[in-house]
Design a protein around this ligand. Structure first.
Ligand SMILES: [Zn+2]
Length: 138
C-alpha cells in the first residue's frame, strides 16, 4: 500500500488512488480526516496515517443553489443545485463533502443516517484537474 505523509497534498494523492486517509493521534487516539500533524484534542505531534474504509453515514446535509465560485464554474447554479453533507465515517471522524446521487429536487426525502460510500469527482482540464472527495449512497 502506498505510503502517505502528513503533507496535505497527500490527502489528494490518496484520493487519486481511491483511498481516504487521515491520522490517529498516538497519544490520545483521536482520529482526524484529513490527516493532521498536531492533534486537535491533546496537541500532541505524534500521529500516524490511517486508511479509512470510506464508508459512513449521512450526519447532516444542505442543498446549495448559490454555489461557491469553483462549483459555479463546473456548472452548478440555482437550476442545478448540489448537495453537501457531513459524513460520519464508520471509524468515527466526520468530514464534509459533496453527496452524489441524491434526489435533491425533494430534499425532504433525504434521510439522515443514509449509508454512504466514498467516491471522487474531478473537474478541470488535464493540467488543471482537481480531485475532490464525494460520497454516494451504498
Ligand atoms: Zn491527541
Amino acid at each position: 500500500m502506498e505510503n502517505y505523509s502528513m503533507n496535505s497534498n497527500d490527502f489528494f494523492k490518496a484520493l487519486e488512488d481511491g483511498a481516504l486517509i487521515g491520522s490517529r493521534c498516538l497519544d490520545c487516539g483521536t482520529m482526524a480526516v484529513p490527516q493532521r500533524q498536531i492533534c486537535s484534542k491533546c496537541l500532541s505531534s505524534k500521529s500516524k496515517i490511517v486508511h479509512y474504509s470510506g464508508n459512513g453515514s449521512l450526519s447532516a446535509f444542505t442543498v446549495i443553489s448559490v454555489p461557491s465560485m469553483w462549483m459555479s464554474e463546473v456548472g452548478y447554479n440555482g437550476k442545478n443545485p448540489y448537495c453537501v453533507g457531513v459524513v460520519a465515517l464508520d471509524e468515527g471522524p466526520k468530514i464534509s463533502a459533496q453527496i452524489l446521487d441524491m434526489d435533491i429536487s425533494m430534499p425532504e426525502n433525504i434521510q439522515i443516517g443514509t449509508k454512504l460510500t466514498m467516491t471522487t469527482v474531478s473537474h478541470g482540464e488535464d493540467g488543471n484537474r482537481k480531485i475532490h472527495l464525494a460520497f454516494k449512497p451504498v
